[in-house]
Design a protein around this ligand. Structure first.
Ligand code: CAA
Length: 417
């Protein structure tokens, strides 16, 4: 039997504070419907300087290990995907290893390619295990980021922060990946970037959306070609994309998932053997199908709408949101996942939901993680945004959580709760 490899369990960590997106809209003199209906947001995580990519990653990994009884001596790889790292040389992964006192026998490193970095790490881990190089050991892949554009920018309502930790193994209770089907599309574009020394990302917002859609088309067509060849999907009464029970997208803001789904459907409608029988306008209209979006995409966006963009982790927040609500119902069904990182790289892959998905998600306790958060006013959010990155507030971390407490001689010191 072919070896099954994929995601066994996951855990999430989010900043302790959030702002209501309608409060932010009113403070900016913007119609709240632009942020809610136009972008699809509800709430936005607000990270203070004590909640950096290291502390959020460490908190997520601590939860992953503790709630799933992970034997860390069996973990041979710890990869952190991040585009908001804290040092040009020392990886976030080594901080996490130290904070959690993980064994010295694991590979530790970070992967960076904007929001695609986490997926790059996941694929390295999956292929390491599938190849046999891991010799039966598991890997932990963490996606951890603080999305920050700055006050009064167009990107402001699409900020956020958090971390998702994934346990990757030969026991894929959550999602068994279809190894060998992945489709990839990468291009050299300047759609979103963050020059060295800057906390805020720079972005050509509308261009970044078109880069995302172009890269999606290439990656999806690559996956579809292989999936058709392996008879995982087929041209028939339904489109190949419609044969996936759900499709998860990288979610910089929730409305982007709707645009992405329209684009994916357009790829199928344009390439279908009977495409010549319809007009381009008819295909564009059919691509926008609300029924298809509601059936295949909408149910995955609950967490993204309440946390905001988490760059590398956004796709995996969508996975957590989907599994939390529908893990049991989707057991045995195939889903598709689209990762996008500006710059840019996209990867489309698929997997089959595990029979124990709902049991694994019960350990994540998503509602409790969100319920602990505190809603802050826009004034408080602005105060937090103006704090210097090297002067964290002296707040005590909650039990099981981590915070940056100070930077001494350029060394970062963390407190454990
Ligand atoms: N009621 C309802 N809807 C309204 C509205 C109102 N009163 N006013 C505006 N809208 C709608 C608009 O019609 C638009 O919807 P469509 O896109 O469906 O047409 C939506 O609200 C947004 O309006 P604008 O396009 O005018 O908004 P904007 O120009 O101010 O900014 C943005 C939007 C470009 C996404 C900006 O928030 C931004 O730059 N965000 C950061 C970049 C980003 O997220 N890019 C995504 C692709 S890159 C990527 O995915 C990597 C990553 O993580 C960054």
């Amino acid at each position: 039997m072919k070896k099954q490899v994929g995601i066994e369990a996951l855990a999430i960590a989010v900043p302790r504070r959030y702002v209501d997106i309608e409060d932010l809209a009113r403070a900016r003199g913007v119609d709240p419907a632009k942020y809610t209906a136009g972008l699809g947001a509800k709430e936005m995580a607000v990270a203070d300087p004590g909640e950096d990519s290291v502390s959020l990653a460490a908190t997520a990994v601590a939860r992953l290990i503790q709630r799933n009884g992970v034997d860390t001596s069996r973990v041979g790889m710890l990869v952190v995907g991040t585009e908001t790292g804290v040092d040009h040389a020392k990886p976030v992964a080594s901080h996490v290893q130290g904070l959690l006192k993980l064994p010295k026998t694991m590979r530790t490193y970070d992967t960076q390619h904007a929001c695609y970095g986490g997926t790059a790490g996941l694929m390295a881990a999956v292929e390491w295990i599938a190849s046999g190089a891991g010799a039966g050991r598991s890997a932990i892949v963490v996606c951890s980021d603080i999305a920050r554009y700055g006050l009064n920018t167009a990107g402001e309502p699409t900020q956020g922060g958090g971390a998702v930790a994934l346990l990757v193994s030969e026991q894929p209770d959550l999602l068994s990946l279809d190894i060998g089907l992945n489709g990839v599309c990468s291009m050299d574009v300047y759609d979103f970037w963050r020059p060295l020394g800057r906390r805020e990302a720079m972005v050509d917002g509308h261009y970044s959306i078109s880069c995302y859609l172009d890269a999606l088309s290439g990656a999806y067509r690559g996956w579809r070609e292989r999936a058709l060849a392996h008879e995982v999907v087929r041209w028939g009464d339904s489109l190949p994309g419609e044969q996936l029970a759900r499709i998860l997208y990288h979610v910089p803001f929730c409305k982007m998932a709707r645009k992405a789904h329209t684009q994916l459907r357009l790829c199928d409608l344009e390439d279908a053997p009977n495409a010549a029988a319809s007009t381009p306008a008819a295909r564009e209209e059919a691509a926008k199908s609300t029924a298809s979006y509601d059936a295949q995409v909408a149910s995955s966006l609950g967490l993204n709408a309440r946390i905001g963009n988490v760059y590398t982790a956004s796709l995996y927040l969508a996975l957590a949101g989907l599994m939390n609500g529908e893990g049991a119902a989707l057991a045995g069904k195939r889903i598709g996942l689209l990762s996008y990182g500006s710059g840019c790289a996209a990867e489309f892959y698929s997997g089959v939901v595990g029979e124990k998905a709902a049991q694994r998600m019960a350990q994540v306790d998503v509602e409790a993680v969100l319920a602990k958060r505190e809603r802050v006013t826009v004034e408080e959010y602005e105060r937090i945004m103006r704090l210097a990155s090297d002067a964290p507030e002296q707040l005590t971390p909650a039990p099981g959580e981590f915070r940056l407490s100070e930077i001494r001689d350029f060394r970062r010191i963390y407190a454990a709760g």
